[in-house]
Write a protein that binds this ligand. Structure first.
Ligand SMILES: NC(=O)c1ccc[n+]([C@@H]2O[C@H](COP(=O)([O-])OP(=O)(O)OC[C@H]3O[C@@H](n4cnc5c(N)ncnc54)[C@H](O)[C@@H]3O)[C@@H](O)[C@H]2O)c1
Length: 371
């Protein structure tokens, strides 16, 4: 664990700055607790950067990001930019940043928080206790494979699903190592009954599994996995899969959590890890104080876990979030008419409640150490 951690903050657009602020408050509380010094360097990205400097990813932002220990992003995008060509839009800045940082493993947890059990369209007895970590390969597969084309005249389009053994090896190791710190199970998802790429995937994952005898490996076809995720989500621990399947399955599994505003993510394995809540800039609620900051706050916990080696501190934030939900506090997206004892709060108020509980956890931990 380093005692100094340099974080480039790129809050971006819409609700990005509002939710990122709450994430930073938690990191600062953790810094005061354990003496780790967080250096925050705030830089523009997306629409904010276009307005200031005419580019969605100014060179100084990229330079700062590459020169840091971690990058914490809010969200990018806004309606006023919708008519710009794709490579000039705010989203292009984020794609360029992801590519430059080079992370190949995208981690997306999907957790069924008990107090939100009625928020999911799935029955509470199905989701109860579900805690899944998706490890999605992010730089290969159909999204990047060449050749790719769309010949409008002949009416033929083509994409290429391509993986090398090395690309599978490196992401498989990430999944097995994470499973070792969790419930020791990896479900590798492919379509090996039809696709050669999946046969390479399955053979390689099986080979790598031999290095991790304490982790159980199972294979599932992607179609069956899509069904099992909804029927028996508790049976999953780490789900390892390629780019396209991971994109689809991790969105599907997000229904377990009950709101887009709850979902954190991390992209690791490249030069610098990138942390961002899953949601976008939500222009419909930006500036109204209605944004749910918990996805961003849980993203800060992932940063502590994966870039700072601060597991206890990451868990403290996650516990604080659970306790605040259990106490009935809800941002508007989490509120349900059939729920008694819920109190609707603003973005700032939700952050304040998590901060207070986090400080209680910190005080308790310090008192234990003092005994
Ligand atoms: N990673 C990113 O930065 C990212 C991801 C997705 C979309 N976008 C961009 O964001 C803009 C809006 O896109 P969209 O509307 O399709 O997706 P979105 O995620 O911004 O919003 C979808 C819906 O969910 C709600 N929502 C999202 N996050 C919330 C939160 N934290 N709390 C409460 N409610 C929340 C929004 O109000 C909206 O109704 C677009 O410009 C899009 O390109 C950016």
């Amino acid at each position: 664990m380093s005692s100094e951690i340099k974080i480039t903050l790129v809050p971006g657009d819409g609700i990005g700055p509002e939710v990122t602020h709450e994430a930073v408050v938690m990191l600062e509380a953790v810094g005061q607790w354990n003496g780790v010094k967080f250096h925050f360097v705030e830089m523009p990205i997306g629409g904010a950067a276009i307005r200031q400097q005419g580019s969605p990813l100014p060179p100084a932002t990229l330079e700062a990001a590459l020169d840091s220990d971690a990058v914490l992003l809010g969200a990018v995008g806004g309606n006023e930019f919708n008519l710009l060509p794709p490579d000039k839009r705010p989203e292009a800045g984020l794609l360029q940043l992801r590519q430059a940082l080079g992370g190949f493993a995208n981690l997306r947890p999907s957790v069924a928080y008990a107090p939100l059990s009625n928020n999911s369209p799935l029955r509470p007895e199905v989701t109860e206790g579900a805690d899944i970590l998706f490890v999605r390969e992010l730089l290969g597969g159909l999204y990047f494979g060449t050749p790719r084309s769309w010949d409008r005249e002949s009416g033929v389009a083509l994409n290429t699903m391509l993986y090398t053994r090395e690309e599978v090896v490196r992401v498989a190791r990430v999944a097995f190592e994470l499973a070792q710190k969790r419930r020791h199970k990896v479900t590798s998802v492919d379509k090996a009954n039809v696709l050669e790429v999946s046969q390479l995937w399955r053979a390689t994952v099986t080979e790598i599994a031999a290095e991790y005898p304490d982790v159980t490996l199972e294979h599932q076809y992607v179609d069956a996995c899509a069904m099992h995720l909804m029927n028996t989500p508790r049976n999953f621990d780490v789900v390892l899969t390629e780019n396209l399947f991971g994109d689809i399955l991790s969105d599907e599994a997000a229904v377990i959590t009950g709101s887009l505003g709850m979902l954190p993510s991390a992209t690791i394995g490249g030069k610098v890890n990138l942390y961002e809540p899953v949601h976008g800039s939500a222009p419909d609620i930006a500036g109204t104080g209605k944004a749910n900051p918990l996805g961003a706050i849980l993203t800060a916990a992932m940063l502590l876990r994966h870039s700072a080696g601060l597991e206890q501190e990451a868990q403290a934030i996650e516990t604080a979030v659970q306790r605040v939900l259990a106490a009935g506090y809800r941002t508007a997206d989490l509120a349900r008419t059939n729920q008694p004892n819920q109190q609707i709060v603003s973005t700032r108020e939700m952050g304040k409640h998590v901060f207070e509980v986090l400080n209680e956890i910190i005080d308790c931990s310090q008192a234990m150490h003092a005994v």
